[in-house]
Ligand binder design. Structure first.
Ligand SMILES: NC(=O)C1=CN([C@@H]2O[C@H](COP(=O)(O)OP(=O)(O)OC[C@H]3O[C@@H](n4cnc5c(N)ncnc54)[C@H](O)[C@@H]3O)[C@@H](O)[C@H]2O)[C@@H](O)CC1
Ligand SMILES: Nc1ncnc2c1ncn2[C@@H]1O[C@H](COP(=O)(O)OP(=O)(O)O)[C@@H](O)[C@H]1O
Ligand SMILES: [K+]
Length: 501
């Protein structure tokens, strides 16, 4: 499913009319009918609906919804919140249909506020610009104040559709029925909460691709269909030989979790390279993994035998390796000498910020997997800026350095060097715990070895990781006690539920 900016949504609408000959008022009828259908399915017939209708096409959708719900016998009070002269075009057409149907408009009184149980917010859509002007400023506050269930149409009124906007006032919806395609603000941290429970409603626009480069929200079906299946003739070589590099004397756990995740997610053979002192205990807990000692200074990795890179299908480096000086040279060597996909995470990203010129020179596939703070440090932006602009900041970094970016969070945004983006939203707050990222690194290492397209591979890996958490917390675990090591074990149920044919 495409994720659109406001401009792209308008483009979609315009092309449906200009190229496909669909009349605007018919599109609006279809939109309102689809939206009313979802409202009808969600709420029992004894609810008392208050529909607030604004002056643009969002209000036009509101007129269609109010009429259809009334046609079907629902208790609906409709209020046009702007003067008559503001209603024009397709919205005016549908206002006329509404009134010719014998339905009237009400004044917004204290009584109406108190009588309603569900408010349908069709005041402002993706056309909102700048701070709210009267009467919308007061109305948005009132909607948030009264205790009705708040249903926003397309977008909570006042909320920006795109990323980047810092100051706004908006309806805090309980439910949002999004028209046709999710907008960027559904995925940015400071705006996503306003949507409440969000559902995309297909209003039947022709299937056009309006995002270029493509920007897509991953659905379970996409993963089920596209996941590379294992042939019966598989052997360990065909499943990939991966190398994980990380772990300092005081941080052996990260590497152990990543290595375990790598083999659990299906790697043929995983080798873990770490400081020699960590090997006896790590090897004891991971009999399937091969170990290799690195050079060491002050308890951290200070060098790696580049022969170990030969014969590998992918390499992941940086987890738990610490930030001490020697690590930088190790990362520089890896950037220069790794001829297969190289994934860099955690402390490896810390060192990378001093090696950006080397990164730029590198020609083979490179993946960086920062969380917001690491992305901020890599790009020199503040964490606030990264949170407000995750799509464009990821895209710029991916293009500037020719890398794949996995910007981790509740909605993980994966970007290819050409700017294509996939959002993977599986997972829950149970993953907000030290070590979750290490598990993800192990999974992604495996995915990179098994799929010819890194963007798809990375999206599949984020899905496995997030779904494991979801399945576990739907069963025995909760978001409080879930451990990263549980997420590794939970991969079995993800494969059984979603991947196995
Ligand atoms: N064919 C259809 O029926 C479709 C309907 N759509 C609906 O149309 C909406 C977009 O319609 P519009 O472009 O008319 O935009 P809006 O419905 O968001 O209304 C924009 C109007 O609101 C007013 N406004 C903007 N910012 C304001 C502010 N800060 N304070 C006060 N007033 C402000 C302006 O007068 C402007 O004309 C979508 O959100 C969706 O609901 C579209 O999604 C596309 C498809
Ligand atoms: N609230 C959340 N909802 C969904 N996923 C989350 C949430 N918090 C964290 N995650 C996921 O957990 C992982 C955490 O990675 P990271 O921040 O690197 O953790 P660590 O520092 O423990 O390695 C990422 O994959 C991220 O997408
Ligand atoms: K709205």
């Amino acid at each position: 499913m495409q994720i659109v900016r406001a401009e792209e949504m308008y483009e979609w609408d315009r092309r449906a009319m200009d190229e496909y000959g669909r009349e605007g008022y018919i599109l609006m009828e279809n939109a309102g009918r689809a939206l009313a259908g979802r409202i009808r399915e969600k709420f029992p017939k004894d609810e008392k609906f208050l529909v607030l209708i604004g002056g643009g096409n969002n209000g036009g959708d509101g007129y269609v919804i109010a009429r259809i719900l009334k046609d079907q016998g629902f208790d609906v009070t409709a209020v046009q919140v702007v003067p008559d002269e503001k209603i024009e075009g397709d919205a005016l057409y549908h206002k006329n249909v509404y009134t010719k149907s014998g339905y009237d408009l009400a004044e917004l009184t204290e009584q109406e506020w108190n009588r309603g149980t569900v408010v349908i917010d069709a005041m402002l859509g993706i056309g909102v610009k700048g701070p709210l002007r009267p009467p919308f400023d007061d109305l948005v506050r009132d909607v948030n104040l009264y205790g009705m269930h708040r249903v926003s149409i397309d977008i909570p009124s006042g909320l920006p559709a795109d990323e980047g906007e810092e100051e706004f006032e908006a309806v805090k919806a309980d439910t949002t029925f999004i028209v046709q395609a999710p907008k960027l603000s559904l995925f940015t941290e400071h705006t996503s909460g306003y949507y409440g429970e969000a559902e995309v409603v297909d209003i039947g626009l022709p299937p056009l691709s309006v995002t270029d480069p493509a920007r897509e929200w991953r659905a379970e079906e996409d993963v089920k269909e596209g996941y590379p299946r294992l042939p019966a003739s598989a052997h360990k070589g065909s499943r990939g030989k991966g190398l994980l590099i990380g772990g300092a004397q005081m941080m052996p756990g990260a590497l152990v979790m990543a290595a375990k995740a790598s083999i659990r997610s299906g790697a043929g053979l995983t080798t873990a390279a770490t400081v020699p002192g960590n090997i006896p205990s790590a090897a004891g807990s991971l009999p399937e993994v091969m170990f290799m000692g690195t050079e060491e200074v002050d308890g951290v990795i200070s060098g790696i035998d580049t022969d170990s890179l030969t014969g590998k299908d992918a390499v992941a480096a940086g987890i738990g390796m610490g930030r001490k000086e020697p690590g930088r040279a190790v990362m520089e060597t890896l950037l220069k000498e790794t001829k297969v996909p190289l994934l860099i995470d955690a402390d490896g990203l810390y060192h990378l910020r001093f090696l950006l010129d080397v990164l730029k020179e590198r020609e083979e596939v490179t993946v960086v997997t920062p969380h917001v703070k690491e992305m901020a440090d890599l790009t020199g932006e503040s964490t606030g800026e990264v949170k407000r602009n995750p799509f464009s900041i990821s895209s710029k970094f991916a293009r500037d350095y020719g890398v794949y970016v996995v910007l981790k969070g509740p909605h993980t945004i994966i970007t290819a060097p050409d700017g294509r983006q996939i959002v993977e939203s599986s997972g829950n707050e149970g993953l907000a715990k030290g070590g979750s990222g290490d598990v993800l690194t192990g999974i992604l290492l495996t995915m990179l070895m098994q799929h010819e397209h890194p963007l798809e591979a990375l999206a599949n890996g984020c899905f496995l990781h997030g779904k494991s958490a979801e399945l576990l917390t739907a069963g025995e675990r909760t978001v409080y006690d879930l451990l990263p090591t549980d997420v590794v074990e939970g991969l079995s149920s993800v494969f059984r539920t979603y991947i196995k044919e």
